[in-house]
Design a protein around this ligand. Structure first.
Ligand SMILES: [Cu+2]
Length: 495
C-alpha cells in the first residue's frame, strides 16, 4: 500500500476528490471535462478536432521516451500490459487514464475526453478510421473492420457476479476471452499483436471494455474486492495494494482503478448490452459455426498422435495429450484418451477442488488445466481475421448459448499467442477445473478439446497455426481463490 502523506483534515474528508488531490499531483482537480462519449457522438463535438490533431502530432513525434509520442504508449503496452493474468482490467483502466491526460496536454484542450467505440451498437469500425488518405492519422492497415462475430453477451449473464481472474465465474476472465480478444483478432494487422496500440482504434476498443466493466459493476459493485480508500486498510482488500506500472517513472496506485470516478472518468452510457446488433453490414459475414448460431455442432475429431502423460514440473503433471494439431480454415476436435489411472487422478483432483475445506491435503493436486503448448503461428495466420472458440467435452450437438456457459474454455487467435509469447512462452493455459467439476459426470476417460473456427470479413485460407501439444494437466495450484473476501461494510457504496 502506498502511504500518501496527508493531513488530518484531508483524512477526515476521506472523499474521492481529497484522495485525487494528494496522491496524483498531475490530476487537474475540479476539472470539468465531460463524460467519455461514443464515437458517433464524439465526432460531432468540438473535441473531435483536438483529438484528431493530438493523434496526428503524437504519431509524428519520434521521441519514444516522451509521453507525447505514440511509441511511448506502444512501449508501455509491450513492456507492462498484463494479458491473461491478474489486473488485466485495472491496468488498462489506468493506461487509458494516462493516455487521456496526454491527449489533453498535447492538444492543449483540457475538456478533451477519450472516445469509445460501442461495437454492440455499431459493429463496424467508424469510417474515420478506415479512410486511407495519407494525412489521416487514424488509419492503419487492418485485416477487417467488422467485429460482429467477436460479440458475446455471456460476460453480462446474471450469474457472473465475481470480478477478478482466479475467482469462479469471473467477469474479468470472461470479457477478456470475448469480446476483448476476438476484437483484436478480427481486426488483425497490428491489433493481433502486443503492438496493438499502434492502431488508434485500440484506445476506442479499450475505452469500450472499460465502460463495459463499469456498466457490469453497477449498481452495487458486484463482488469487486472492496476498497474504501488507502487510508483505511482494515476495510480494504489486499487485492488493491500496490501499484500498476506503465513506465519506470509512471505508476498508478491500484486502488485508484476501483471506480472510474476515482480517476475523474465517467461515461455517457452506463448500460450493459442486452442484445446483439442487427447484421446489416455492407459485407455480411459468413458464419462458420459462429458462437451466435443457435446450434453448435461438435467439430469432427481429427487424427492426432497421442502424447504420453509425464511430470511437467515438481507440482504439475500431464495426464496425457495429443501432438501436432494443425489448425486451418476449418474447425476440429482433438480427443485425448486417458488411461484408467490418469482418469482416476483427474477425478481425485476434482473432488479435492470441490471439497469445502479451505486447504487441500499437502501435495494433493487440486486444479486442472488444458494446456496448448508450443504454438507456432504461420505468416498468414499472424495477420488475423479469424479466431477459434475452444470448448471442452462439447456434446455432439448443443444449444450454442448454454454451450457458452457450460463448455467454453476461451479463445485462440494470433493475439492470444502474441500475448503468451510476450509473457515468455508460446504456451496458453486454460483453467478447466470449474467446467469439469460442473459436468455431472465422473467418467473422464476421454477429454475432447474442440477448436471452433470463427471468421471475420477477410479470413485467411489454409494453415494458420500449429499446436505442438494439447494436454490435460493437474497441479497443486489453487483451482480458484479460496481466501475469504474482504467484507464490504454495510454502509459502503460503489460510488
Ligand atoms: Cu486489448
Amino acid at each position: 500500500m502506498d502511504s500518501p502523506k496527508i493531513g488530518r483534515r484531508n483524512f477526515i474528508k476521506g472523499s474521492a476528490s481529497a484522495i485525487a488531490l494528494i496522491s496524483l499531483p498531475n490530476i487537474a482537480v475540479g476539472q470539468t471535462a465531460g463524460p467519455r462519449l461514443e464515437w458517433q457522438q464524439f465526432k460531432t463535438t468540438p473535441q473531435y478536432a483536438s483529438y484528431f490533431n493530438a493523434i496526428g502530432s503524437m504519431r509524428a513525434n519520434t521521441e519514444a521516451t516522451s509521453r507525447s509520442s505514440w511509441q511511448f504508449w506502444i512501449n508501455a503496452h509491450v513492456n507492462f500490459c498484463p494479458h491473461d493474468i491478474a489486473y488485466f482490467l485495472a491496468w488498462h483502466r489506468g493506461y487509458l487514464y494516462y493516455f487521456e491526460q496526454t491527449l489533453r496536454t498535447v492538444s492543449g484542450d483540457s475538456s478533451l475526453t477519450l472516445p469509445y467505440w460501442d461495437y454492440y451498437t455499431y459493429p463496424t469500425i467508424p469510417s474515420e478510421f478506415t479512410d486511407p488518405a495519407s494525412n489521416n492519422p487514424l488509419y492503419v492497415t487492418r485485416n477487417g473492420t467488422n467485429v460482429y462475430n467477436a460479440l458475446d453477451l455471456s460476460p453480462f449473464a446474471p450469474t457472473v457476479l465475481n470480478f477478478q481472474r482466479g475467482t469462479t465465474n469471473a467477469f474479468e476472465t470472461k470479457i477478456e476471452s470475448a469480446p476483448h480478444n476476438p476484437v483484436h483478432n478480427l481486426i488483425g494487422g497490428v491489433m493481433a499483436t502486443m503492438q496493438s496500440p499502434l492502431d488508434p482504434i485500440f484506445f476506442l476498443h479499450h475505452g469500450n471494455i472499460d465502460r463495459l466493466m463499469h456498466a457490469w459493476a453497477l449498481p452495487d459493485g458486484k463482488r469487486i474486492p472492496y476498497t474504501a480508500n488507502p487510508y483505511s486498510p482494515s476495510t480494504s482488500s489486499p487485492y488493491w495494494a500496490g501499484n500498476l506500472t506503465y513506465a519506470a517513472d509512471l505508476m498508478l496506485p491500484r486502488y485508484r482503478t476501483y471506480h472510474p470516478a476515482w480517476i475523474s472518468v465517467s461515461y455517457a452510457n452506463n448500460n450493459k448490452p442486452t442484445s446483439l446488433p442487427p447484421q446489416t453490414q455492407a459485407n455480411p459475414i459468413k458464419l462458420v459455426q459462429a458462437q451466435m448460431a443457435p446450434i453448435l455442432n461438435r467439430p469432427p475429431v481429427g487424427e492426432f498422435a497421442p502424447a504420453p502423460g509425464r511430470a511437467i514440473a515438481a507440482n504439475r503433471r500431464s495426464l496425457g495429450g495429443v501432438r501436432n494439431v494443425g489448425l486451418a480454415d476449418n474447425s476440429v476436435s482433438a480427443r485425448i484418451s486417458l488411461p484408467a489411472p490418469a482418469s482416476r487422478a483427474l477425478q481425485d483432483t476434482l473432488s479435492v477442488a470441490s471439497s469445502t475445506a479451505r486447504q487441500a491435503p499437502a501435495g494433493a493436486p487440486q486444479s486442472v488445466k488444458i494446456v496448448l503448448d508450443n504454438i507456432v503461428v504461420t505468416g498468414v495466420g499472424g495477420r488475423g481475421g479469424y479466431f477459434y472458440n475452444i470448448y471442452l467435452n462439447l456434446p455432439e450437438s448443443a444449444d450454442s448459448t448454454s454451450s457458452r456457459q457450460q463448455y467454453f474454455l476461451g479463445t485462440l487467435g494470433p493475439f492470444e499467442v502474441s500475448g503468451a509469447a510476450h509473457h515468455g512462452s508460446a504456451t496458453l493455459e486454460f483453467p478447466a477445473t470449474e467446467i469439469l467439476a460442473n459436468m455431472q459426470t465422473t467418467d473422464f476417460r476421454q477429454i475432447t478439446v474442440s477448436l471452433v473456427r470463427v471468421n471475420g470479413e477477410n479470413p485467411p485460407k489454409g494453415q494458420t497455426m500449429r499446436i505442438g501439444e494439447i494436454r490435460v494437466e493437474i497441479s497443486t495450484d489453487e483451482p480458484w481463490d479460496r481466501s475469504a473476501p474482504t467484507p464490504r461494510p454495510a454502509s459502503a457504496c460503489y460510488c
